[in-house]
Every structure is written in structure tokens, then in C-alpha cells.
Design a binder for this molecule. Structure first.
Ligand SMILES: Nc1ncnc2c1ncn2[C@@H]1O[C@H](COP(=O)(O)OP(=O)(O)OP(=O)(O)O)[C@@H](O)[C@H]1O
Ligand SMILES: O=P(O)(O)OC[C@H]1O[C@H](OP(=O)(O)OP(=O)(O)O)[C@H](O)[C@@H]1O
Ligand SMILES: O=C(O)c1cccnc1
Length: 480
């Protein structure tokens, strides 16, 4: 599919500032911008990075068409020199990012851009929107998958998604984070996420009676018949009719694999009753699917009540991350290069301490205990530092610096990997399946304490001494 031209999907200020950098002779000044986020949605212990592939495609495709230039000229505020510069515009910088599917924590860079000021500034909106959206949905979907505790979760949300990308890319992110498939056919075509599903009430309503609807469906799709049993009355007609159709159509073909879907009422009560009726009728393999405004809290609750559900279809509350629908990733200037090519760290102050940025061109290490393989901290360093994991390391709380702890016997791995070098993509294109597998592996490296819903363990994201010193020196300089 041809990529649409999203170059003007930027905030207007990126163009006015770009024109300004150009006019002020700063167009070629090399800048460093970081993307990081401040809070995990739903008070969770971690988030999951997603959306990098779409961010890369956007950068590769960046260009101003003749129509774009004419449109901007019409605004009457951009210089002709700037507009001519835009004609030949393409991204020439470097990008580093955490691979999609990586668990991420507040405050750490998940993507860094090094590029001439105009180029780097222009990327802000699109990079944020794509990483924020998919990381939000991946994070939410993984909560729902964790609540389902080994049962299958299917993404059913396209109809309630916020626009086509919300549906298609949301389903992609949900799959990366642990959903087993989606109802969204286009996500299958574009990203290989297996599409599947059951049937709508309309199918049953179209026939004179429920039994004929079920029988017809079983005849058409004997290997994949999941019958929606709540159109009229689940216990009195839906399940008895489903059992009759399974018996009359599937059993003669030797098929015992089948399913029913419950889409209303008390899922615990109905699923227990349904299980009993299906087992007694000789269909212990019949799977029970539940749907209806589910989320991680309801799923956890109904499983605690003993619900007999094998698969969950989750739509609106997943695809919109209804309980906390904002992923607050931001794009902040961290450094510039002077004419001698020296990197000059930049900081942004705020009355709100949590909004003060970490300056400089940085790298991030994730530290894993050798004994368990589990991750115990992330360490943000200046780009020219290297963590020596053969030596003990002392970490300290960047806010309460007297809280210190020394760790030994660990392995340090860099989180940010090269994505673009001098404008060229250097990052491999992974299949959605590979990203999903990587995500599952990385999640296994987190302690369960980080994954719980209530009061999750606060994972350490610390600064190296060198970075902490630079930050506090800048803070003092700027305050004065
Ligand atoms: N046993 C249960 N415990 C907790 N929540 C449940 C249970 N069973 C269903 N729910 C949830 O309760 C909410 C309301 O369910 P209910 O069946 O009353 O919905 P409804 O939308 O009014 O039904 P209908 O689809 O027939 O209009 C849904 O979010 C559903 O997932
Ligand atoms: O509830 P969700 O988590 O979004 O799951 C998907 C829902 O989409 C369908 O409902 P439909 O659009 O037919 O509306 P309904 O609520 O009347 O069933 C389906 O029957 C599920 O209820
Ligand atoms: O296939 C299904 O059962 C389905 C798909 C989308 C939304 N609700 C249900």
C-alpha cells in the first residue's frame, strides 16, 4: 500500500519555528530531541513501546509535494528561501529507539533524534502521535491479557475505535502486547495479525428461528462454528439450539470442536450454566467466548467468581484504553551541537519538578540480575559513558540522593538501538510476529511485582552520577 504523505501532519508551530530557524541561520544546527513519557496509564508499573515501524515509515516518506509548498506559500508568512529549502527536504539525521515490544518506564528516553534543527523539530507531532497511540493500546491490551490469566483474548474494537488508524494500528499494538488475534480484517491483510471472530445478532435475526440460523452456520463453517447464544434467551433457547445444531451437523462429520459466545447478562452465572449444559450434552471441547464491555478489572473479577470462559472478545475498552486514554509521551530538546561539534546539554525547567527534563545526548542501560535474569533497574547515562557490568555499580535515587544501593553480578544491556544513520534506515524490518515474540520475552524479564495492578513496585529509573551532576549544574545555572 502506498504510504500517504503525512509531512503536513505536524503542528503549525513546527513550520513557523522551522522558517524561523532558517531565517536566523540555525537551519543546520544539530539538535538532539528525546521522546519520553511521565506516567504509566492506569497507574500500572510499566508500559510497552509500540509504533516504531510506523514512525520509521513516516520518516522515510517525509517530503513536501508541490501542493504542500503552494499551500504553505498561500499562508503568506514563510520566506521563499525557506519554501525552496522545503522542496528538497528529506530527513538526513540519526535516530535511536527502543525496539517495539520493549517494556518502558517513565522518564527514560525511548527515542532520540539527532538532526538539523528544522528536520528534528518537524518530526515532533507524528512521532509522538504514533508512539503514544500504539504504546497506549499495547499497554492496555497487555493488562487485559494478564487479567485473562492464560485464556485467549481477541481484539474486537474496530467499530468503537477513534478512526481508521485507531482501529487498524490499535489492533496491531494489541496483538504485539499479547492478544491472540483481531476481528479487524485490514490489520490481518497489512500486518499479518490473524483475523477471526464469531457472528453478530443479525445472523440469527435474519432467519425465521434461532435453530435454523445455527444449523446453517454450522453447515457453512463446520470447523469454525462459534454460535452467539444470547439473541433471545441464553439458557432456554440459545444453548439448547446450539447443542442441537452441533449434534446434527458437526457430530456426523466427527467434529467436536465448536464454540458459543455470551454477549450479555451475568457472564459468571451464564458461563457456569453453559459449561454444565455443554458437558452434559457431550461437548466438553466446546469453548465459551465472552464479550460485552469487558476490561481487565471485569475479567479479573469474573474469573475470581469462577466464570467458565475460555476466550474473551474485548472491544471498546481496549481499543480506546477507556479507563485512561492518554499516553503522555513528550518530545523535548536535550542538547545542541556548537560549531566545533561539541554537544551542549539543554534543560527545561518547570515549577513542577516532574517536568524538569534530563539534559544531554544520552543512552539507557537496562540492568539484569545474573542469578534470575530479571531486570532490576534502568540507568540513564551520558552518551560517552559505558556501564562496566564486571564491576559493582552504585545506584541512587535521583530525587533522594542519600538512598543508595550497590549491585553486583548483573548484566547491562543498552536499550536504544540505531534506527536511522545519516538519513538511512539501519533498523531491520521485523514481522509483527517477531515483535510479539520479543515483547513476550521481555515481559518475562520483569518481576511480577512490577506487573501487578494495585501499587506495582516502583521500578528504578536512575541517572548516572555524571548525568546527575550535569543536570544539577544546569539547574543551578538556569535558576540563577
Ligand atoms: N459476573 C459479572 N461480574 C462483574 N461484571 C459483569 C459480570 N457479568 C457481566 N459483567 C459486566 O457488567 C456490565 C454490564 O452487563 P449487562 O449484561 O448488564 O450489560 P448490558 O449491556 O446491560 O446487557 P445488554 O448487552 O443485554 O444490553 C458489562 O460490562 C459486563 O461485562
Ligand atoms: O463490548 P465490546 O468490548 O466493545 O466488544 C465488542 C462488542 O461489539 C459487538 O457489539 P455491538 O456493536 O453489536 O453492540 P452491543 O453492545 O449491542 O452488542 C459485540 O457483540 C460485543 O458486544
Ligand atoms: O466476531 C465477533 O464476534 C465480533 C467482532 C467484532 C465485535 N464484536 C464481536
Amino acid at each position: 500500500m502506498k504510504e500517504p504523505n503525512y509531512t503536513l501532519l505536524c503542528d503549525y508551530y513546527e513550520l513557523t519555528m522551522g522558517n524561523g530557524y532558517f531565517e536566523a541561520g540555525m537551519a543546520d544546527q544539530i539538535t538532539y530531541f528525546d521522546i519520553f513519557f511521565r506516567q504509566v496509564p492506569d497507574h500500572g508499573g510499566f508500559a510497552i513501546a509500540a509504533g516504531l515501524e510506523q514512525a520509521i515509515e513516516y520518516i522515510e516518506n517525509l517530503h513536501f509535494s508541490e501542493e504542500d509548498i503552494a499551500f504553505l506559500r498561500n499562508k503568506g508568512i514563510f520566506s521563499e528561501e525557506f519554501l525552496s529549502y522545503l522542496k528538497h527536504f528529506q530527513f538526513s539525521g540519526d535516530v535511536w529507539a527502543v525496539p517495539e515490544g520493549t517494556p518502558i518506564f517513565p522518564g527514560e528516553p525511548i527515542l532520540t533524534v539527532r538532526a538539523p534543527a528544522i528536520e528534528a523539530q518537524l518530526l515532533e507531532t507524528f512521532l509522538l502521535l504514533t508512539l503514544n497511540h500504539q504504546s497506549l493500546i499495547a499497554t492496555k491490551a497487555n493488562r487485559i491479557v494478564r487479567a485473562a490469566n492464560g485464556r485467549v483474548v481477541l481484539e474486537f474494537g474496530s467499530r468503537r475505535a477513534q478512526g481508521p488508524d485507531g482501529a487498524v494500528l490499535g489492533a496491531r499494538a494489541a496483538y504485539i502486547a499479547g492478544c491472540a488475534g483481531t476481528a479487524c480484517t485490514l490489520t490481518d491483510q497489512l500486518y499479518g495479525v490473524p483475523a477471526g471472530g464469531t457472528m453478530a445478532h443479525a445472523w440469527i435475526q435474519m432467519f425465521d428461528d434461532e435453530y435454523t440460523a445455527f444449523k446453517t452456520y454450522c453447515e457453512l463453517y463446520p470447523d469454525n462454528a462459534t454460535l452467539l447464544v444470547d439473541t433471545y434467551n441464553v439458557l432456554k433457547s440459545g444453548i439448547p439450539n446450539a447443542i442441537r445444531a452441533f449434534r446434527e451437523v458437526l457430530l456426523p462429520k466427527g467434529i467436536t470442536k465448536c464454540g458459543i459466545r455470551l454477549d450479555s447478562g451475568d457472564i459468571t452465572y451464564l458461563s457456569k450454566k453453559a459449561r454444565k449444559m455443554l458437558d452434559e450434552a457431550g461437548f466438553p471441547q466446546c469453548q465459551i467466548v465472552a464479550s460485552n464491555s469487558l476490561d481487565e478489572m471485569i475479567i479479573r473479577d469474573i474469573l475470581m467468581q469462577g466464570a467458565q470462559v475460555d476466550l474473551f472478545g474485548v472491544g471498546e475498552r481496549l481499543i480506546t484504553s477507556k479507563s485512561d486514554p492518554v499516553f503522555g509521551g513528550v518530545y523535548k530538546l536535550a542538547a545542541v551541537e556548537n560549531e566545533q561539534g561539541e554537544i551542549i546539554p539543554k534543560i527545561k525547567l518547570s515549577e513542577n519538578v516532574s517536568k524538569i527534563t534530563n539534559p544531554h545526548f544520552k543512552k539507557v542501560y537496562r540492568l539484569f540480575e545474573n542469578q534470575t535474569g530479571k531486570a532490576f533497574a534502568d540507568l540513564i547515562c551520558v552518551h560517552d559513558e559505558a556501564v562496566d557490568d564486571t564491576q559493582p555499580i552504585e545506584l541512587f535515587d535521583p530525587d533522594y540522593t542519600w538512598k543508595r544501593k550497590t549491585f553486583t553480578d548483573f548484566t547491562a544491556k543498552e536499550l536504544l538501538v540505531p534506527v536511522f544513520s545519516h538519513g538511512e534506515r539501519v533498523y531491520p524490518k521485523f514481522s509483527t510476529e517477531e515483535i510479539k515474540r520479543y515483547c513476550a520475552e521481555q515481559l518475562d524479564l520483569l518481576w511480577d511485582e512490577v506487573k501487578r495492578f494495585e501499587n506495582p513496585h516502583n521500578y528504578y529509573v536512575d541517572l548516572s552520577q555524571k548525568l546527575w551532576d550535569i543536570k544539577h549544574q544546569l539547574l543551578n545555572e538556569k535558576k540563577n
